[in-house]
Design a protein around this ligand. Structure first.
Ligand SMILES: NC(=O)C1=CN([C@@H]2O[C@H](COP(=O)(O)OP(=O)(O)OC[C@H]3O[C@@H](n4cnc5c(N)ncnc54)[C@H](O)[C@@H]3O)[C@@H](O)[C@H]2O)C=CC1
Ligand SMILES: O=C(O)C(=O)Cc1ccc(O)cc1
Length: 302
């Protein structure tokens, strides 16, 4: 059975919520009504001006009242309190989803708050930018990017299908995985790289000649540190809600850095060479794999 999704509420009209709204309106026009909700009035004015929402409001309860589907797009640590606030106002059969970067924590928090008859399908777009806010929103942000859903076996299959259908309007590639596995994988390929980029920038503080170091920083430094410009609030929340996988991956990262540091001190060229050669081989393979995946036709029925 296909559910007709005509009214979508987006709570948090920043980069991700705004981009979803823009993508939904671009794909469906008047066939879908988007209600943009945020506690920042200026963001709502901009969201309306940019066409990311048809109606905007700071009143979360009123905003979600008639929605068929609700996207929670706030920073992770804001989500549960908001769900608690809106839960009594959701209509029977409504489908709630979120875009948070960490999943086990949100599932534990949100599932406990929802009344019977409301379906929760956790989600995470693997697409974003180092800029936040509605100003950075882009209707094409999710196109051909992975969008992960982490439903549990018990989740209503019709609700999962409805979320898949709505996400497909963004042009994303949809995949499903277990929440715990998601959190370990994203710690390694997203959370630790953001910490690493921030550490590289913070390392400059140790330079005895900061002005020259900054002046000379070239393409390599820019490429490896782009994501260090990301929002500190958002990343603090990610670290607070995925502690074990992130700390474990960071320990392994420190181990690798320790090994190469020792090889450098000892002048062990063979080990240093091996370190770089392993990385190049793995990254070249990854890029080839990415090309194969990108060339495959979209499987989500767009
Ligand atoms: N930035 C990125 O590249 C990605 C972010 N995510 C996840 O998506 C979520 C949103 O991230 P962004 O859009 O980047 O953040 P953002 O900072 O651009 O937008 C968040 C919006 O939520 C609003 N907000 C915050 N607390 C609120 C509250 N209590 N009531 C109402 N509105 C509130 C803010 O005013 C803001 O407009 C986060 O959970 C993040 O982990 C997922 C994938 C990529
Ligand atoms: O800017 C980039 O390249 C990102 O990696 C964005 C990003 C940030 C957080 C996520 O949970 C997913 C994607």
């Amino acid at each position: 059975m296909r559910l007709a999704i005509r009214r979508i509420a987006i709570l948090g009209m920043g980069l991700i919520g705004g981009s979803l709204g823009l993508a939904f309106k671009a794909a469906r026009g008047g066939k879908v009504e988007v209600i943009g909700i945020d506690n920042n009035e200026l963001s709502l004015i901009k969201a309306r001006q940019r066409g990311a929402a048809d109606i905007v409001t700071t009143d979360a309860r009123a905003g979600v009242a008639n929605a068929d589907m609700i996207f929670i797009c706030t920073p992770v640590l804001q989500a549960a309190a908001l769900v608690k606030e809106i839960a009594p106002y959701l209509k029977q059969g409504a489908i709630l989803t979120d875009t948070g970067s960490t999943k086990s924590y949100l599932i534990e928090q949100i599932s406990a708050l929802l009344p019977c008859g409301i379906h929760y399908v956790p989600g995470h777009p693997m697409a974003g930018r180092e800029k936040s806010g509605i100003e950075a929103a882009d209707s094409t942000l999710f196109r051909d990017k992975w969008y992960i859903l982490t439903p549990s076996g018990a989740d209503n299959a019709t609700a999962v299908e409805a979320v898949r259908q709505v996400i497909s309007w963004t042009g994303a590639r949809i995949t499903e995985m277990d929440a715990e596995r998601h959190d370990w994988c994203t710690a390694l390929i997203s959370h630790v790289p953001h910490i690493g980029a921030a550490a590289l920038v913070n390392l400059l503080a140790y330079s005895e000649d900061q002005d020259s170091s900054i002046k000379l920083a070239g393409g390599g430094f820019r490429d490896t540190t782009r994501i260090a410009s990301s929002n500190a609030d958002m990343w603090a929340d990610v670290c607070m809600t995925n502690a074990a996988p992130i700390a474990d991956s960071l320990d392994k990262f420190s181990q690798l850095i320790g090994q190469v540091s020792q090889a450098i001190r000892q002048g062990d060229r063979a080990s240093i060479h091996q370190f770089f050669a392993n990385a190049k081989e793995r990254r070249d393979e990854l890029l080839k794999l990415e090309e194969v995946v990108t060339e495959q036709p979209l499987s989500n029925g767009r």
